[in-house]
Design a protein around this ligand. Structure first.
Ligand SMILES: [Zn+2]
Length: 433
């Protein structure tokens, strides 16, 4: 079981969570912070050294209480690929190796008389467990196995916006209607799981297909996710129709003469298809030009920067600071364990911190919490420690008392979160099955 709930902290549904610091991210750090939780929501935030008289309390001592982390872009169903597909400088080579692993898994499942969908669902459940253990309480999760994965994840406790992935190009463009129907299936929607649509990327979708996804998502008021501007090769493909992605599609037997080159940069192409709006999370955005960044800002689309995946593929420096300056809502994603060593947003933030001191620690934490919540349409419900919001929290130990700056202290350390709360309930730590 992933993240079972600890009944000892459910007394009356009312409790206090205390620590040396509460970092609410909607205001300055609160020393000797105490948060009163009732019926799953934050009711009061005070500074007090004393044990509160009204209700049970958990005192974490020398630690920081933060809003639960938000992983704006991941693929939990690929958790079982950890260590099996190493990223490298050649992105399409990595894609081919990924496809080979999928085929090997399908053969294994078949020979064992198992359903391959169940394997992806089990993998997603392990991803949920790892996410919660890393203090992540909300994810934007892309899935190609919607029915099984959504059913598995729908029972919580992790909050999931499940983007159904649509791939339909060239020889498989006829799959569009089927794939879209599967992606839009809302039968597993629950208190913790909602759905969205993900036209995968400019090199796996054609403009008609992308526009249809936008239309269907718009009619239903659903959020969207699209991989965009991830590689230089993608820019060549949308501008010229040539290069590594053309070769990739030809090698897969998918390329045909009906595939039209848009002759536009990825950002302009996505805009022409209607993708750029406040309902869309753009995964990566590594190679968006200044003009495209302005366009993304103008349309209000969000960008999920995936720092360690970005580094593992050896990309040029990510323009996230330029994006923030332009007014783009930049959030943090881990991407999947097929390209990243963990599902921890805190690990991503610490990685960025080690490579740059030009951005404030608090700004990085915002990218890993409230900005991600906004990108997933849940900024009013979570992402900060604020009265009225859901009590989704994570607790990270300090080195010493952290008196000079609790945020920088916590980012400079390597301590993993010691507790995660979702909707006011503290999750029990569980080991992998
Ligand atoms: Zn991705």
């Amino acid at each position: 079981m992933a993240g079972g709930r600890n009944s000892s902290h459910r007394l009356d549904n009312r409790m206090w969570v205390r620590a040396r610091y509460v970092v609410p991210l909607c205001g300055p750090p609160i020393k000797h912070g105490a948060i009163r939780i009732e019926r799953g929501r934050i009711r009061e935030i005070i500074s007090s050294k004393k044990k509160p008289a009204d209700g049970p309390d958990v005192d974490f001592g020398s630690a920081v209480v933060l809003p639960g982390f938000v992983n704006a872009h991941t693929h939990l169903e690929l958790t079982h690929l950890a260590g099996r597909v190493m990223p490298g400088a050649d992105f399409t080579d990595w894609l081919r190796r990924l496809m080979r692993e999928f085929s090997a898994d399908a053969r294994l499942a078949e020979s064992a008389g198992e359903c391959v969908e169940d394997r992806f669902a089990a993998s997603a459940m392990e991803g949920m467990r790892l996410s919660l253990a890393a203090g992540v309480t909300l994810v934007g999760d892309v899935t190609s196995h919607c029915a099984a994965v959504r059913e598995a994840l729908s029972h919580g406790p992790l909050r999931v916006v499940s983007f159904g992935e649509v791939i339909a190009i060239g020889a498989i463009r006829g799959r569009l209607a089927d794939r879209l129907q599967i992606a839009l299936d809302a039968s597993s929607v629950s208190e913790t799981l909602s759905i969205g649509v993900s036209p995968h990327a400019p090199y796996t979708m054609e403009s008609d297909g992308i526009s249809t996804c936008v239309e269907m998502a718009g009619e239903r008021g659903l959020p969207m996710c699209m991989h965009l501007g991830e590689t230089r090769d993608e820019v060549e493909f949308t501008l010229e129709g040539t290069g590594a992605f053309r070769a990739y599609l030809e090698g897969m037997g998918l390329y045909d003469s009906l595939i039209q080159c848009p002759k536009l940069s990825p950002g302009s192409y996505a805009d022409r298809c209607g993708v750029l709006s406040a309902r869309t999370v753009l995964a990566h955005g590594n190679y968006l030009s200044d003009a495209e960044v302005e366009l993304v800002a103008l349309r209000g689309a969000h960008v999920a920067y995936c720092p360690r995946t970005h580094a593992a593929f050896g990309h040029e420096a990510h323009p996230y600071e330029k994006m923030l300056a332009a007014g783009v809502n930049v959030c943090i994603g881990t991407d999947s364990l097929a390209s990243n060593p963990s599902l921890s947003v805190l690990d991503e933030i610490r990685f960025v911190r080690r490579g740059s001191d030009s951005i404030e620690g608090v700004a990085l934490l915002e990218m890993g919490t409230i900005r991600g919540a906004r990108a997933l349409g849940m900024g009013d419900e979570c992402g900060t420690i604020e009265v009225g919001k859901r009590a989704d929290l994570c607790v990270v130990p300090l080195d010493g008392d952290g008196a000079s700056d609790p945020v920088e202290n916590m980012l400079a350390s390597t301590h993993a979160p010691i507790a995660t709360f979702v909707g006011g309930e503290r999750l029990k730590r569980t080991r992998s099955a």
